[in-house]
Design a protein around this ligand. Structure first.
Ligand code: ATP
Length: 517
């Protein structure tokens, strides 16, 4: 944009200088000829693609043949739906016989990093199409008309590039289409947004099936709800493909894809890592595998091991390790706090603790990570109350051992309040089914307090018999800085029957059996 402004200012200044010289009586004709000559050379170079086109340099032609649908994991149904739409383009002659018109647009919607751009690239490779990619924000300028002009140029370039490369199809990909395709009339002040969207609608309407180059518009957004109804109507984006966060099997597939080029040690179990990473997108998982390899590299290892993946999960979830060292008293408090979380988690959901550590990371001085039993999409009252207990357990363990609490529990309390609100809005509180909008703030506050107090009492009762064990495990954690769930269960339930699901054996036996499988 700066480049473009410089060009405009330069052009304007040149004309002003020429005008001034003419007014002063100088012969400006030689200057005009020289400028005209250079202008013509520049224009020719631009049309041959030797110089990047001014308002259009951001739109790139990518060679995307290296991305195939097999490089995208965990999106079977989205890929199936997309492929079906693309088959209309591939099998154009046959579908024409039935009077079916090929699709004009496909809208990919879903959270960030789930593979929408990858899908668009793979679609281009699948249909042997030219791929033109751009971003919604590249069309929005201060000057009215510039965005509309860029939309025109994008489609024109797609046609030209397809002809140049001898291809029948072109895919125009617009990422973050909500920036230019948001509901019209939303942007007060200038009409640039509306003009740009109008031009996009015009271009889409102009896509003809009998053209020598068939163009398909693929757009992606995280905010489909923001799009103008005109874009969403049938005949524009004919297919809406949802690209969601991957499920457990999907995560495993994505991990496999991104570890194809990495030497893995024998102790790496991608299935377990997939289980621990509920809520991760493809981009998170790619970053996770990369971070694990970086940890292995830092240690001078030739293979990426299970411990590197564990560290990498923590890094992606919590952020980079921090150098700050709390003082010994603070460390002890953090250790008790995390042990409290882990103990209640283990007692309410046996086998649920994955790791607890007291090394500072991101915003936390320590943390306890749980292994989700399975991907969960629906929560019962019992589940939510148990989660609240786990959140409150850190502060209540501090209270049990030190007779005081600290500010370290502030985030836990925010989480507990959030879950309490969820109980209320889902109609699972004593208020029954309610409209939250008409519920007075004070009433809401009172019910949240009731829920939290009830769970506080429960947690105190759970923790009370374990005060000595908490101190013992705290000391071990202080010494080792980090405990796996297996070790934690071993220490906290030392000599007792370990409350592991269906467990009558020790954790070691379970581990050994799991490894054998
Ligand atoms: P955004 O909405 O932020 O634009 P996106 O949905 O377009 O994100 P991509 O740009 O396609 O996401 O993905 C980013 C990176 O994450 C990819 O380059 C790839 O490494 C990885 N990735 C994301 N999803 C997947 C997936 N389903 N399979 C394999 N890798 C994936």
């Amino acid at each position: 944009m700066i480049k473009r402004n410089v060009k405009e200012i330069g052009l304007g200044s040149g004309i002003a200088i020429l005008g001034f010289l003419l007014w002063k009586g100088y012969d400006v004709l030689p200057f005009v000829f020289i400028l005209g000559f250079f202008g013509a050379v520049y224009f020719l170079a631009q049309s041959k693609g030797l110089v990047k086109s001014g308002g259009f340099q951001e739109v790139t032609v990518n060679n995307c043949s290296e991305v195939a649908f097999s490089d995208i994991g965990g999106q079977e149904s989205a890929i199936k739906e997309l492929k079906e739409a693309l088959d209309f383009i591939k099998d154009f002659e046959n579908i024409k016989k039935l009077g079916i018109r090929p699709l004009k647009g496909i809208l990919l919607t879903g959270p960030p990093g789930t593979g929408k751009t990858l899908m668009a690239k793979a679609a281009a490779a699948y249909t042997d199409a030219v791929f033109m990619s751009s971003n919604g924000s590249e069309f929005i300028e201060l000057y009215a008309g510039v965005g509309a002009q860029r939309v025109r140029k994008l489609f024109k370039s797609a046609r030209e590039n397809a002809v140049k490369q001898n291809k029948d199809n072109a895919i125009v990909f617009i990422d973050e289409i909500d920036v230019l395709g948001g509901t019209r009339g939303r942007h007060s002040g200038h009409m640039e947004y509306d003009q740009t969207l109008n031009q996009l609608l015009v271009e889409m309407d102009g896509l003809k099936t009998d053209e020598s180059t068939k163009i398909l518009l693929v757009a992606a957004t995280n905010r489909a709800d923001m799009l103008d109804p005109a874009l969403m109507r049938p005949g524009r984006f004919d297919r809406h493909v949802k690209v969601d966060l991957p499920c457990k099997d999907g995560r495993e597939q994505i991990l496999r894809i991104h570890t194809r080029n990495k030497p893995l040690a024998g102790d790496v179990n991608l299935q377990d890592i997939a289980k621990e990473t509920f809520g991760f997108s493809g981009a998170h998982l790619e970053s996770l595998t990369n971070e694990a390899a970086i940890y292995a590299f830092r240690e001078g290892q030739k293979e990426v091991g299970g411990c590197h993946f564990k560290e990498a999960v923590d890094k992606v979830m919590m952020g980079e390790k921090l150098d700050k060292r709390p003082n010994p008293d603070e460390l002890k408090r953090v250790s008790v706090h995390e042990t409290g979380h882990a103990l209640v988690s283990e007692l309410l959901k046996p086998g649920s603790v994955s790791t607890l550590t007291i090394s500072p990371r991101g915003n936390a001085l320590g943390y306890m990570r749980q292994t989700p039993e399975d991907d969960i999409y629906l929560y019962t009252l019992e589940y939510l109350e148990n989660e609240i207990c786990v959140m409150l357990a850190g502060a209540l363990a501090e209270e049990l051992i030190f007779n005081s609490r600290s500010t370290g529990a502030a985030n836990d309390f925010d989480g507990a309040v959030h879950l309490s609100k969820k109980i209320i809005t889902a109609g699972m509180s004593p208020l029954g089914i309610i409209s939250t909008e008409s519920l007075p703030q004070e009433k809401m506050h009172n019910v949240i307090t009731d829920i939290l107090q009830k769970q506080e009492i429960r947690v105190r009762e759970i923790l009370a018999p374990y005060s000595e064990r908490v101190i013992e495990v705290t000391d071990i954690l202080l010494e080792q800085e980090r405990l796996s769930g297996v070790d934690f269960r071993k220490y906290i339930f030392a000599g007792e029957k370990i409350p592991h699901p269906g467990d009558t054996q020790s954790d070691d036996v379970i581990e050994a059996e799991a490894e054998a499988v």
